[in-house]
Design a protein around this ligand. Sequence first.
Ligand SMILES: Cc1cc2nc3c(=O)[nH]c(=O)nc-3n(C[C@H](O)[C@H](O)[C@H](O)COP(=O)(O)OP(=O)(O)OC[C@H]3O[C@@H](n4cnc5c(N)ncnc54)[C@H](O)[C@@H]3O)c2cc1C
Length: 314
Amino acid sequence: MQRESWDVIIVGGGSAGLSAALMLVRARRRVLVLDGGAPRNRFAAHMHGVLGRDGWSPLELLAQGRAEVERYGGVVRTAEVASASAEHGSEPGFAVSLATGERHVARRMLVATGLRDELPGIPGLAEQWGNGAVVCPYCDGWEVRDRRIGVIATGERSIHQVQLLRQWSPTVVFFTNGTDVTADDLSGLTARGIGVERRAVDHVVADDDGLLRGIRLADGSEVPLDSIFLGPRFAPNDALLVGLGAEAGEGFGPGGDWVGVDPTGRTSVPGLWAAGNVVSPGASVPVAAGAGNLAGAAINADLIDEEIRLALAG
Ligand SMILES: Cc1cc2nc3c(=O)[nH]c(=O)nc-3n(C[C@H](O)[C@H](O)[C@H](O)COP(=O)(O)OP(=O)(O)OC[C@H]3O[C@@H](n4cnc5c(N)ncnc54)[C@H](O)[C@@H]3O)c2cc1C
């Protein structure tokens, strides 16, 4: 099977991966970006809190990023990486295989494959994801300021989320959804005028156009809402990193330990970097892009160290 050789292979062409690619192609490195084409925020029509691009479509941002990488000679392909392995030699090296069987090798590798938002199994919720139902108050709170907001509890962080949302609207209802609320938390909610709904959530209701209408409770009553916020379970797309032996670092709550990286995105495996949501669930678009930018520069510096070693060895 044909193998093509690169300085750096980047798996994942979201904000993190493309930002790293831009740094590396501008440093005259041969870069291949392999991207499955499913960025986490693909469900949202607009993104916010992204300086200079506030309100842009997330997909438009990535299309622009791809064009910028390609302008400097980078290759960006829509392709799913099936597996990766380390190439054993005196210097780091990696081989990746696509689902088609095609193989590529590179001196360094960056994994920027993002995460999956695993939603609770409430009927009607998945259909609203990214529009009527969202995760991040800073991304979507302004658009529903002073409107009717519901927060469905999914875990410990939900109290913080609902208290945050009170900043955007005086009309906020907390759906406990079977979770416990401590007496202290309840006092805090009541003190700030946040409604508490303990009846079980049955399903999310949409109107004839598919737009969010509210939440239907198990007793048949309906709470009308303009927006739902909730914290999904974050599942990192880290199979390639774990398969290559990258060690766990800091844990991010339920779901266990996540792969650990240093401030530049370097993993415990020589030559292997990771950036963005795959190692940092809180990273917004600008933070993921910043992590990719740092990783790109660090990978280039690591390649230069290798080139010094090789030059000295003659
Ligand atoms: C509904 C919603 C709305 C959001 N709104 C905002 C907002 O307004 N502002 C904001 O700053 N942030 C927002 N975010 C967060 C934003 O989505 C993330 O910050 C951002 O996507 C992280 O970038 P990333 O590059 O780490 O991962 P991603 O953007 O998820 O990119 C990862 C890429 O890797 C690819 N990939 C995965 N596995 C493989 C594989 N094996 N082979 C090849 N490719 C692979 C995927 O297809 C994907 O294209 C929102 C998130 C959600 C869920």
